[in-house]
Write a protein that binds this ligand. Sequence first.
Ligand code: AKB
Length: 316
Amino acid sequence: MKSRILIIGACGQIGTELTLALSKRFGKDKVVASDIREGDEAMMQSAHFEILDATDLQAVEDIIFRYKVETVYLMAAMLSAIAERFPAKAWDLNMNSLFHVLNLAKDKKIKKVFWPSSIAVFGETTPAQNTPQTTVMEPSTVYGISKQTGERWCEYYHKKYGVDVRSIRYPGLISYTTEPGGGTTDYAVDIYHRALKHGQYRCFLKEGTILPMMYMDDAIKATIAIMDAPSKNIKIRSSYNLAAVSYAPEDVTASIQKHIPNFEISYEPDFRQSIADTWPESIDDSEARRDWGWSHSFGLEEITKTMLDNLKDRYT
Ligand code: AKB
């Protein structure tokens, strides 16, 4: 039966958990995990695994053909902070991998595509509170520009060629299994590791920097829900706003101090501050809630408890 799922970028922060969730749901044989680097033991146990460069069209097409893939989750991307250091490489990875997958869908070699967008599509001129689905979007980072451009292409391929592509604008994601790599919201994960290991954290964003965040389980739930929804319910083919909680570094600190009273934070903002300053503080995700039944479960206190409970054994 031609019904396998391919995850491109399966070893990344979202890809790791998405692979496990899809494998649990559909069975190991139905899931093909791929990445530019080798997966860990858990990944190898839960899916077929292939080394794959997302920018190599021939290699992507070969795997799709060989495994009879119908659905692709394209999770490979260079995130906001690292993309500022390697603009050309980031553009190449973030855009060309998307074009390859959209073209394969246009040519009917696959049926369905998931592609992640981000709150990075917004910029300085966007209303920062309760940012609407449709609003001014003038991103000022390489990553944000690539995500906004990608959104336009997704909508274009849907309207022009009927491609069934679905997308979410993820906020900062918090998880304990895989650490994020090269984002502006990474502090919100690092802080838990440092709290347990050293009892203190030097934050690269300053006090008062409120950003939208989400626990990974909620993000995976949303990803699976938007892909499960009947096509007619997906009214937005660029990318859906998605929200759970919004907080600043001092809020996470206070919530960690409920478990580790001596935990201390200090602030040493770097270039990532100027990225965070252009992003929204909170997001209006009413379209996602209305169109495909999105709702989140984890607030900041649940996130902190889950992170500390699951990481503590690593540092004791
Ligand atoms: C980043 O910080 O670059 C990402 C994102 C918000 O897309 N976590």
